[in-house]
Design a protein around this ligand. Structure first.
Ligand code: ADP
Ligand code: MG
Length: 355
């Protein structure tokens, strides 16, 4: 436990530098940006390029990639291959695109790594929990226990020969709510990079991946703020070739008898996970960061931090339900001096302006 500060949750914000802080080689490249709703989330795509035309073309290609992935993997769209797998639960295997097959394969690998805390078959629990404000009373313990019986990544049967997926239990359902945005962000970045965009950002409402540097040669800066005061950034980190992804209970939740139940299910119990308010994972891969943020949220402060400290190149920042901030062993956060937080301002990078 490195830092204890009193705050509610965190949000990650991009801090775009003004030229006043320029350190690197100046260039005529500019950061071009588009914001739109994709996968039910506010996506922001940024491309650094000298040519506005190229930047816009690349951003549009990134957007199309995200739309393509959504149509393939969404459990909400009846025409998606995921829906076909869910409809055939308990009856037959469904052959799917190698891309979806591979995503499921990697999801199962993360389930094994996290002892089942991350599990795409969590979805059976969503029959009894609703996190859209419509729920007013707790499900009965019997209902919860019954839902858990249909959760279990071990019962997702993959056949590499036919690229088929079979859910053994007729009541089983899979969903990619905890990994899909990260996967889509990785892929949009790849598409934009292939088109010659040497630096940029794909940001899905604070879950983001960055590559390259800002037009003035500085790294990207990501500010950490308390969502209660979103424009008060109290600390920041530098991010190049880095994904920063947060899971929390502050957006989708049910409030029952004054208690908040967040949308992340503990597959071991069928109840919403407790103990943490938010988990931010920092690592080079947005898909892994997304899945690990959810898994760590389920595992809780001790077990979750233990797991992250075992993984090379993966760092973590947690806010517990007691408003303590915990960081993994090698996370280097920079704090603004004017806050009462412990100070560890970097010697190598100049602090970006607080927005
Ligand atoms: P956010 O969508 O806010 O970024 P997450 O990445 O943590 O948050 O994803 C939460 C979503 O993941 C839930 O809305 C649900 O669709 C799905 N989910 C819930 N619990 C689990 C779990 N234990 N394992 C995998 N997916 C989960
Ligand atoms: Mg996630």
């Amino acid at each position: 436990m490195l830092h204890r500060v009193s705050l509610l949750f965190i949000v990650c914000l991009l801090l775009m530098q003004g030229n006043t802080f320029a350190q690197g080689a100046p260039s005529s490249a500019k950061a071009h940006k588009k914001v739109l709703l994709l996968m039910g989330t506010r996506f922001e795509l940024v491309a650094v390029a000298e040519s506005e035309q190229l930047a816009n073309k690349a951003i549009d290609a990134g957007i199309n990639e995200i739309k393509r992935i959504e149509a393939l993997i969404s459990e909400w769209q009846p025409t998606s291959q995921t829906s076909a797998i869910n409809r055939a639960a308990g009856s037959m295997p469904v052959s799917v695109d190698p891309e979806l097959y591979d995503l499921i394969f990697r999801s199962i690998k993360i389930s094994k790594l996290t002892g089942g805390a991350f599990d795409i078959s969590f979805a059976a629990a969503y029959n009894i929990w609703k996190f859209d404000g419509s729920m007013t009373k707790m499900p009965s313990p019997e209902e919860v226990a019954a839902s858990v019986k249909h959760i279990g990544y071990e019962h997702i049967i993959l056949d590499p020969k036919n690229h088929s997926v079979f859910l053994e239990d007729p009541e089983m359902r899979i969903g990619f709510g905890a990994i899909g945005k990260g996967y889509a962000a990785n892929r949009a970045r790849d598409v934009m990079r292939k088109m010659g965009i040497k630096a940029g950002i794909v940001n899905a409402a604070g879950d983001m991946i960055t590559w390259g540097k800002q037009p003035d040669g500085q790294p990207w800066y990501v500010g950490i703020a308390d969502p209660a005061e979103k424009d008060k950034v109290f600390s920041w980190l530098t991010a190049s070739e880095t994904a920063i992804v947060t899971s929390g209970d502050y957006e989708k939740y049910a409030e029952i008898d004054g208690k908040r139940y967040g949308h992340i299910i503990d597959p071991r119990t069928g109840y919403p996970a407790t103990g943490l308010k938010s988990v931010t994972i920092i690592c080079p891969d947005a898909e892994l960061a997304d899945a690990l943020a959810t898994a760590t949220f389920v595992l809780g402060p001790e077990e979750g931090m233990y797991l992250i400290n075992q993984l090379k190149g993966v760092e973590c920042l947690m806010i517990t339900d007691k408003n303590e901030m915990l960081t993994s062993d090698n996370l280097h956060l920079h704090f603004y001096q004017n806050k009462k937080s412990p100070s560890s301002t970097s010697k190598t990078a100049k602090a970006p302006k607080q927005p």
